[in-house]
Write a new protein. Sequence first.
Length: 54
Amino acid sequence: MSAGGAQVCLEPGVYMFLIEHLSGDRARVDYVEFVLMDTPVERSTWGSIKNMYR
């Protein structure tokens, strides 16, 4: 960790990180957490999407 850095604790799951180098040892980190909602509508929607790629 560089000076001025920070630690981040994340719960178990699926994340996508974008780490952007700004200058020197400075960077910006953005992240997205993917959460699958467990409802009948979303289960059927994700099932349809998965079948398209099998």
